[in-house]
Design a protein around this ligand. Structure first.
Ligand SMILES: [Cu+2]
Length: 167
């Protein structure tokens, strides 16, 4: 074979290889376009950036009734909530629901000028205080809620919290 011919053949083989790579990637993009854009979309999801849904709960009231108002709470898994707790009664009360606390991810609890981060399992509210608990429910289920001051749950200071699976 003449050297000039050999060189042409090499160029032709090179171009053929490049073209087949380009064509096959175009074909795979056409076949699975969603796959190609799935990765960047997932990276953009940040649950902590969601607008928090505010839910208010009173521990007892000015008449000192031993109840939670309301005593049934429902949340949806994967949404961000700000639970606004208040105690307008003359005695201290607890918001105790350990199984619920294990089924959520706590972003923070803000009380007075203090922000607490990490696992929160129970909150004590003294008379005329408030606290804001920001969290994202993780595990669906129904969890019991009570006040852990002696005699309060027995007198009616109990309730339940349901986490529904994400819609
Ligand atoms: Cu109580």
């Amino acid at each position: 074979m003449r050297p000039i011919f050999k060189a042409f053949r090499q160029i032709f083989i090179g171009w053929f290889a490049i073209c087949s790579v380009v064509i096959s990637s175009v074909i795979s993009l056409v076949i699975s376009p969603n796959l190609a854009i799935a990765a960047p979309v997932n990276i953009a999801v940040d649950f902590t950036k969601q607008q928090a849904i505010e839910v208010k709960v009173s521990l007892s009231n000015t008449a000192n009734e031993l109840k939670f108002f309301p005593d049934r709470l429902t949340f949806e898994s994967g949404k961000r909530y700000k639970l606004l707790l208040s105690n307008a009664s003359a005695m201290k009360h607890y918001f105790t629901s350990k199984d619920f606390a294990d089924a959520i991810w706590t972003q923070n609890v803000v009380a007075g000028n203090v922000e607490v981060k990490g696992n929160i399992r129970e909150l004590e509210l003294r008379p005329n205080t408030t606290a804001a608990w920001t969290f994202i429910p993780i595990k669906s289920g129904t969890y019991e809620l009570h006040c852990s001051i002696a005699g309060h749950a027995e007198a009616g200071m109990r309730g339940n919290i349901t986490i529904q699976p994400s819609a």
